[in-house]
Design a protein around this ligand. Structure first.
Ligand code: GCV
Length: 719
């Protein structure tokens, strides 16, 4: 009886009144429609810009005489770009030279006010983009050598062969589609791929994995490879090599063999034949990316073999042609072991067992691209194996293409993390770029956020993440501030509205406030999503919005938020210290001790490593509970501030791009409210403590929020 009446009362609340959040969202959307209408009427005479031009807007302001002794598709592009974008002295002469110089590494270049020299033609092209960027942003051009941090700077597209994109929020794939013309390469396809390649090359990205790591064995079929060749032919002049995510079980799933056992001679031959076939079509094919024995994907362990056995067979197949295998370390099983420890446990014993054209691709943190994670302990720990970082450009856990979150500060934080593996200064950047370990190959990967949306990335500011990834892949020491500054100057040059604005006015009224907004945006997202070390407490499946309560029976525990936050009446947080899962021991000293001791553990990682009482005293003097509430509240105030900041720059932005961001900031505030209300109300069930004075109390009822959790339409799906 009692249970029925409780259910009835929930039912009553649900039917009698719409939840606060639905009302709030409907109201916000009405307000949004009205303001967009006003905006449209007010600015219909100003220039519209659909954002398709990305940061590649520079038009020449003067003529240049380009001297280049050789001709090739890439050098011709370099000359064309220079002439189109030259903003230097009118009538100047500029020399492009391909000549080997020991000071130049990979496809780096020597830049001077008079010319560019590189070891190969791609270096010349990158030099041209660097020069044009400096001219457009007003930076000095002096004699210097610019070398990339990594040999391979790769974008991983999680694009499926039917055109959908796993964790993609900007439309369908630019490479794949379903239907009768799925394998017909049109002129339109080629034009789009060329624009894509140009954008990649302009920031130094030189590799593209064309399909999802959850791969389809048909990727290796002849008709698919023909399309891969077509894409490679368009990307080649821009120096972008293509890679394929290969399904480990392809020999049996597609090739007609009985097994995919990596030590079976027939399987070995199958991979060798497949490599030969691919390279006969695409001589500069980059190689394979493999997700094996991870989240249901087949792998060598299915045959009692190791990750090294599996990776080496595929690596040997591509080795004669100069190819590499990027083998992912994103593995975890349903064991009782802390999920954060599993990749290290699995891979460390294999250190030194991988062939030298295998690179182990390790996500920046030990779990899964969360808004904030400490670095994965595998960085610097595997000393005899090439390791490459994998970061996520697409915002799976950071607000999809709805929330404005500039990710460079997150990647900068990661790349500067000191592992201490070879003494102080052994940052993850240096542990992966060959400065510390003699890696045969070096690489970095970013999961792409590109789709068919006219502005490529859905959210205009998500373009800055594509840009930032490329810039950091080229130079892993760059600061977020510099990257934001560059991107804003390139994408929103003062003339973008067609009105004349002085540089000083534009700098004060547009550049400064918007740069600050970008730099604050990641911390704001952490505040309203997962502050103080919380992780993996998002809504299930879609991973947008809060879901700390989500734990259906029969779901594997390490996919449910309660496994990660461990809230109970006594406290909250995952104990990964020596008294808990002991994940801290996977770090090198003094990092291990620092994380282990609650007094030295940085508070940004507190609940990642410690289970603490709700009234634990934080450095601020406040209780942990109060601090959690304040972070959530601060996050939503930061988004409100972003709205004000953006409204303030309306005169400096064309109507279309202004509207794109304004619309999404409204939805982002909805999301921040929902995170605040959902998380504070949910954790309050355990803390039983009042929301601290001075902050807005959460609105709505927890049950309503939970009931609507999986029914809530995704904001991006509604647009
Ligand atoms: C491609 C997370 C994502 C999956 C993704 C996986 C991975 O679990 O939610 O969509 O699968 O990471 O990186 O392999």
């Amino acid at each position: 009886m009692k249970q029925i009446s409780t259910e009835n009362s929930i039912l009553h609340e649900n039917t009698a009144s719409k939840s606060y959040h639905f009302k709030q969202m409907t109201f916000n959307r009405m307000k949004l429609t009205v303001s967009i209408l006003i905006l449209f009427l007010a600015v219909q005479f100003t220039r519209a810009d659909d954002g398709h031009g990305l940061w590649l807007r520079g038009k020449s302001t003067a003529s240049v005489n380009v001297v280049c002794a050789k001709k090739s598709p890439t050098l011709d592009l370099a000359v064309k770009e220079l002439k189109q974008g030259w903003q230097g002295k009118n009538g100047a002469t500029f020399v492009l030279t391909v000549k080997v110089d020991k000071a130049i590494k990979f496809d780096g270049f020597k830049l001077s006010p008079k010319g560019i020299q590189a070891n190969n033609e791609y270096g010349v092209l990158y030099g041209v983009y660097e020069l044009l960027r400096r001219q457009a942003t007003g930076e000095t051009i002096k004699d210097e050598v610019c070398n990339p941090s990594y040999e391979h700077r790769v974008l991983n597209h999680w694009d499926n062969m039917d055109g959908s994109i796993e964790r993609g929020y900007a439309g369908h794939s630019i490479f794949w589609r379903r239907g009768a013309d799925a394998f017909v390469t049109t002129e339109k396809d080629k034009a789009l791929w060329q624009e894509y390649a140009r954008a990649d090359a302009s920031v130094g990205i030189n590799g593209a994995v064309l399909n999802n790591v959850n791969s389809n064995p048909n990727m290796l079929k002849a008709e698919t490879l023909k399309r891969v060749k077509d894409i490679a032919d368009v990307l080649r002049p821009y120096g972008v090599k293509v890679f394929i995510s290969a399904k480990f079980s392809s020999p049996s799933a597609m090739g007609g063999l009985k097994s995919s056992d990596p030590l079976n001679p027939e399987v070995i031959k199958w991979w060798q034949d497949k490599a030969k076939e691919i390279y006969s079509m695409i001589p500069d094919f980059g190689g394979f990316l493999v997700k094996a024995n991870s989240e249901g994907q087949a792998g060598p362990q299915d045959y009692g073999r190791t990750h090294a056995d599996g990776a080496n067979v595929m690596a040997d197949a591509v080795k004669p042609y100069g190819g590499i295998v990027m083998w992912r370390a994103f593995v975890y099983t349903t064991s009782n072991e802390d999920r954060a420890k599993q990749a290290y446990n699995e891979f460390l014993p294999l250190d030194g067992k991988f062939h030298d054209n295998v690179i182990i691709q390790v996500k920046n943190g030990p779990i899964d691209f969360q808004p904030r994670e400490p670095f994965s302990p595998l960085f610097g720990a595997m000393k005899k194996t090439s390791i490459m970082p994998e970061v996520q450009v697409t915002q799976e856990y950071l607000g999809h293409s709805v929330d404005l979150v500039f990710l460079a500060p997150m990647w900068e934080e990661f790349l500067k993390s000191d592992t201490y593996q070879e003494g102080k200064g052994s940052t993850t950047a240096r542990c992966t770029d060959g400065s510390i370990f003699p890696q045969k190959h070096t690489a970095i990967a970013g999961v792409s956020n590109v789709g068919l949306d006219v502005n490529w990335c859905g959210h205009l500011f998500a373009q800055s993440n594509w840009y930032a990834y490329g810039r950091l892949a080229w130079n892993n020491q760059m600061t977020s501030e510099k990257i934001a500054d560059e991107w804003l100057k390139l994408a929103f040059e003062p003339t973008s509205t067609g009105k004349s604005v002085s540089t000083q006015e534009w700098t004060t009224n547009f550049l400064k406030p918007i740069k600050q907004m970008m730099l604050d945006s990641r911390e704001a997202a952490v505040n309203y999503m997962m502050p103080v070390g919380f992780h993996h407490i998002m809504s299930s499946n879609e991973h947008y919005g809060p879901g700390p309560w989500w734990a259906p029976a029969r779901t594997r525990k390490d996919w449910t938020p309660p496994y990660f936050h461990q809230a109970d009446s006594l406290g909250v947080g995952f104990n990964r210290t020596t008294t808990g899962s002991n994940a801290v021991s996977q770090y090198h000293e003094p990092v291990a001790s620092m994380f282990n001791d609650v007094n030295t553990c940085p508070e940004i990682y507190l609940l990642w490593f410690h289970h603490l009482p709700w009234n634990y005293k934080m450095k601020s003097g406040r209780t942990l509970w109060d601090e959690i509430c304040i972070h959530y509240n601060t996050g939503l105030h930061q988004v409100q501030q972003f709205q004000k900041t953006w409204d303030g720059v309306q005169p400096y932005v064309d109507a279309e791009r202004f509207g794109n961001v304004k619309e999404r900031l409204v939805l982002q505030l909805d999301a921040a409210h929902l995170w605040n209300d959902g998380c504070v109300l949910y954790f309050q069930k355990f803390s039983k403590m009042p929301v601290p004075a001075g902050i807005e109390p959460p609105v709505g009822k927890l049950d309503d929020i939970i009931n609507n959790d999986l029914k809530r339409p995704m904001p991006w799906a509604k647009r």
